[in-house]
Design a protein around this ligand. Structure first.
Ligand code: SF4
Length: 458
């Protein structure tokens, strides 16, 4: 029996996809890359943006056609959209199984049952904000540990979930309603998973959590925060780099910055979404800081961790965002001098406070224009700051051959492929070298820089 899994959405989703792929293989299924040749199609969905949900629905339309020529095909929808839409999604002609993020450990069995012609099945949390039952939490934990995380990931690198869920309730965000309350995984379990990954050749581990800096677990009387977890993960022999994403500004305490400054294995990369530079909008978003406090935090991070690279996230066109509010965001980006920025146009998500109580009153063309302008502002900053890295020698972890080999037309080296790699600070570095370097560390001298990419020589 063959299966194909298509993943939409964030890193957390990709991690779930890797776990399910591994579990399906262990259950005797073979991976395929085409729905037409498969017995099972699994779609891992994302609800964070409207666009991601629209893509899933259009994909389901396509599967409905395929099912006409393959009537026995089983289609399972997992992930945030499955939790959010539940019954409504199960009613879709193309769907057999709907499975929320907290039920993925049951998915291979549900698929098996449906292949045996059992009824359609809905497996989602009934009360998503209720504390997860001990037995269910245990089931998820065992599933996480028993399955392989390296599937579909870059050579030498793996993501490890440190936390599930979120308690912040930013008014625009659907995550607390689809991934449930914040829950930290036991450190012992995380560290034994990292040892297992190390045995498979993993050198860089990225710890994942919606608000990873609020990680907290008490084990045998010892309290673990993110700083302790970073120390524990980097103490695993063979692991050379440890990173963490994503941080929430008011949870970022000095102990985390001290771990970044003092431990050479902890990468000096901080992803710290601000979302807006206007205090009025931050309040409407229920972000619990002002732009001034956020900038002070950046100053402290840079003082405590010299060489730190910081990435930001922004939503433009949020409810009530005036030109003046947007200009405050532009000003924050100019002051923050991020390494890079992720910028999104606001779209209301069903069930969130913003969707229920605030008016989506910024016209689409204004959102687009603000998005473009902010990208331009950041691009100029990145270009300027990246230019200062020319001449530096940097240690990189090589990902593999570059898919956009046209990026550097000046290269005359025909024997060596153009490789793509990243530094610990998450700079993308392109250089020519032997393909066998994939998954290995290398020293590269930076010779040229653009806003998004550094170019170098091995
Ligand atoms: S911190 Fe806010 S934006 Fe991030 S997952 Fe939680 S609710 Fe969503």
């Amino acid at each position: 029996m063959k299966f194909v899994l298509k993943s939409f959405g964030c890193q957390m989703n990709k991690l779930d996809s890797a776990l399910v792929t591994s579990a399906m293989k262990q259950a005797g299924f073979e991976v395929s890359d085409s729905p037409v040749e498969s017995d099972v199609v699994i779609i891992n969905t994302c609800s964070v943006r409207q666009h991601a949900e629209e893509r899933v629905l259009s994909h389901l339309g396509h599967l409905k056609h395929i099912r006409k020529s393959r009537p026995g095909l089983v289609v399972a929808v997992m992930g945030c959209m499955a939790q959010r839409m539940g019954e409504e999604l199960l009613a879709n002609e193309a769907v057999d199984i709907v499975c929320g993020p907290g039920q993925i450990d049951k998915l291979p069995e549900l698929i098996q049952q449906r292949l045996e012609k059992k009824a359609k099945h809905l497996a989602v949390a009934e009360k998503i904000r209720a504390k997860v039952e001990e037995s269910e939490a245990q089931g998820l934990e065992e599933f996480e540990v028993a399955n392989d995380l390296t599937e579909d990931q870059l050579p030498g690198q793996a993501y490890v979930r440190a936390m599930r869920g979120c308690n912040k309730f930013c008014t625009y965000c659907v995550v607390p309603y689809v991934r449930g309350p914040e829950a930290s995984r036991p450190p012992e379990s995380i560290i034994s998973q990292i040892k297992h990954l190390r045995d498979q050749g993993i050198k860089l581990v990225t710890l994942l959590g919606q608000t990873i800096d609020s990680y907290s677990y008490t084990e045998n009387g010892k309290k673990w925060g993110l700083a302790e977890l970073l120390e524990g993960a980097s103490a695993v022999e063979g692991i050379e780099w440890v990173r963490f994403i994503t941080s929430y500004p008011t949870d970022l305490d000095d102990s985390i910055l001290a771990a970044m400054a003092g431990n050479p294995k902890v990468c000096k990369y901080l992803h710290l979404p601000a979302q807006s530079g206007s205090d009025k909008i931050l309040k409407a978003m229920n972000r619990t800081y002002t732009s001034g406090q956020y900038l002070e935090l950046l100053t402290k991070a840079r003082e405590m961790v010299p060489g730190i690279a910081i990435a930001g996230d922004f939503i433009v066109g949020f409810c009530g965002e005036s030109d003046e509010d947007f200009e405050a965001t532009v000003s924050l980006v100019q002051k923050a001098r991020y390494k890079s920025c992720y910028i999104f146009k606001y779209s209301p998500r069903p069930g969130t406070t913003a969707e229920k109580r605030l008016e989506d009153d910024v016209p689409e063309d204004v959102k687009k224009a603000r998005n473009t302008r902010l990208l331009e502002v950041q691009s100029l900053i990145s270009e300027e700051d990246n230019g200062r890295l020319v001449g530096r020698r940097m240690r990189v972890l090589v990902e593999g051959p570059s898919k956009k080999a046209h990026l550097d037309k000046s290269s005359q080296d025909v024997d060596h492929k153009q490789l793509i790699s990243r530094t610990g600070e998450d700079y993308i570095v392109v250089f020519n070298g032997p393909a066998q370097l994939a998954g290995q560390f290398a020293q590269v001298k930076i010779t040229k820089a653009s806003a998004l990419t550094l170019f170098g020589e091995l």
